[in-house]
Design a protein around this ligand. Sequence first.
Ligand SMILES: *Cc1c(COP(=O)(O)O)cnc(C)c1O
Length: 344
Amino acid sequence: MTHDPHAALAAALDRFPRAAAGHVPTPIDPAPNLGADLGLDLFVKRDDCTGFGFGGNKVRQLEFYFGAALEQKADTVLITGAVQSNYARTTAAMAARFEMDCHLQLEERVANADALYRSSGNVLLERILGATLHPYPDGEDEAGADRSMRQLGDRLRADGKNPYVIPLGPDNPPLGALGYVRCAWELVEQMREAGRDFDQIVVPSGSSFTHAGLLFGLRALGCTVPVLGICVRRAASLQRDRVAARTRGVGALLGLDTVITDADIAVYDGALAPGYGKLNALTRDAIKQAARREGLFLDPVYTGKTMAGLIAAHQEGMLAGRRVLFLHTGGQPSIFAYGDTVLE
Ligand SMILES: *Cc1c(COP(=O)(O)O)cnc(C)c1O
């Protein structure tokens, strides 16, 4: 019997329940004007168009967490994230759709944030969705944030609820990354149908569920296109280890051999400073250039920084060729929370 990587991956993924919500497959659009500016054949995979609850990459990830929550007959779901977390907003929307209460713990990750940051964008949407918001004072203490959320879960359980705490901490199996293993499958199909390959894929790399899931999925399907992760949260040296650990975690979760080598893991942090959720000149320029040349909206925290990183990495000669696919992971609601600081 010949080994069919598609069948092996399909069988592995099928073991996980999934609460379908996203509009997929998402389109791949050319970006000819921005591409011409940069000297690239640039394409954009529009995961900002996953549709549900303002879309973005968290829809694909949450389909698996809500699959697990529904299987456990949860009536309440909890998640922790930054104040302008897209994960929190998308969780609140999915909870509404699947008739669960939603508690969001919002961490102070961005120092000196103003009133607009705290009230507009994703926070406003969460309040419209009827989620309960809990502030958390420290945005860098991942373990502490997880502990505090579990304590909240315990209190809800004591009140007779059946809560599901979405487990995002680094010690938990990367269930959400399976959403991007599926996306890799979708992308390989799209490349096959269009008869088109890419020289380079560029993705944001935060928790790295997106980066690690996509990379694992591509390699598991025999696709060797290089994937460059643009750091949006931590320095490249730390992020590399995180992506490596996450890809091993994906293999373990799926019960498949790890197909990732050290050389597969590429990260770039030249657009990260001064840090998570903080704008810089490169990011402001990338946001304006994508809008003014393509009518394409990028966000200040993730996709603007990722485009800024793509441009800077290209200038440093780090891209593997000129046919480049940029994964747009959404996040546009936070544009309104950053207001005109984007234009400074
Ligand atoms: C969360 C998020 C990311 C980062 O994705 P990870 O899977 O956490 O690495 C990128 N873009 C947007 C818009 C996000 O909300």
